[in-house]
Write a protein that binds this ligand. Structure first.
Ligand code: PGA
Length: 249
């Protein structure tokens, strides 16, 4: 039985001092021993957030990192900078990073490899545009994203990965995918992992759905056979995140 993982993606929201306030508000609301809870916060607030969640079951994740070890990459943050302060997870290849910061399947793959090299768990994002869905190429497109993201990733590491399926048309739009649409793609992702590796790896890997998840939609989504939790944007900054984390109560 895969353990559910529910992660908040704060995006470019909240200053470090606002982070302290929000975490103290959310802490009592996200206490669910049955699930892994992760807050992915802006890089500048990582240290503050790690301090603020001490003594709770909440883990802290970054929203991005660079694929090189160190060097002349002004403005970037490396994997070992993240692990040095106690970061456990890192979102890789979010559609906003692909759209606005020129991330590609190839850079996603390099980042996934680097994250594993340093013992970070990547939350590997994939998802189609509305046009791709309408053209009927969703599964082809997602399979390509997954196959490239996992190039040269060992079977042991693949088992530990988290994949977030986030249809771009559902992100921040209030337009959540239907449970059937979300389950169909998450199932296809698991089948793709089984093809690349084996059934045991496919059974172990955790696949989240993301895109306008709310307290109202979480229970039905997370009840699907291939959906092991969610990557939550807007609602992760609100008390509603407590309802999402406690979807099973
Ligand atoms: P949303 O964002 O929940 O606000 O749609 C999800 C995400 O981008 O990870």
């Amino acid at each position: 039985m895969r353990r559910k993982i529910i992660a908040g993606n704060w995006k470019m929201n909240k200053t470090p001092s606002e982070t302290v306030t929000l975490i103290s508000e959310l802490k009592p609301l996200v206490d669910n021993k049955d699930v892994d809870v992760v807050f992915c916060v802006p890089a500048i607030s990582l240290t503050t957030a790690i301090e603020a969640v001490k003594g709770t079951n909440i883990q802290i994740g970054a929203e991005n990192m660079h694929f090189e070890e160190s060097g002349a990459y002004t403005g970037e943050i490396s994997a070992n900078m993240l692990t040095d302060i106690g970061v456990k997870y890192v979102i890789i290849g979010h559609s906003e990073r692909r759209e606005y910061f020129a991330e590609t399947n190839e850079t996603v793959n390099k980042k996934v490899l680097k994250a594993f090299e340093h013992g970070l768990t990547p939350i590997v994002c994939c998802g189609e545009t509305l046009t791709q869905r309408e053209q009927g190429v969703t599964i082809d497109f997602i399979r390509q994203q997954i196959k490239i993201a996992f190039l040269n990733v060992s079977v042991e590491n693949a088992k530990k990965a988290v994949i977030a399926y986030e249809p771009i048309w559902a992100i921040g739009t209030g337009k959540v995918a239907t449970t059937e649409q979300a389950q169909e793609v998450c199932k296809a992702i698991r089948e793709c992992i089984a093809e690349i590796y084996d059934q045991a790896t496919a059974d172990a890997i955790r696949i989240q759905y993301g895109g306008s998840v709310s307290g109202a939609s979480a229970a039905e989504l997370f009840a699907q056979a291939d959906i092991d939790g969610g990557l939550v944007g807007g609602a992760s900054l609100k008390p509603d995140f407590g309802k999402i984390v406690n979807y099973n109560k």
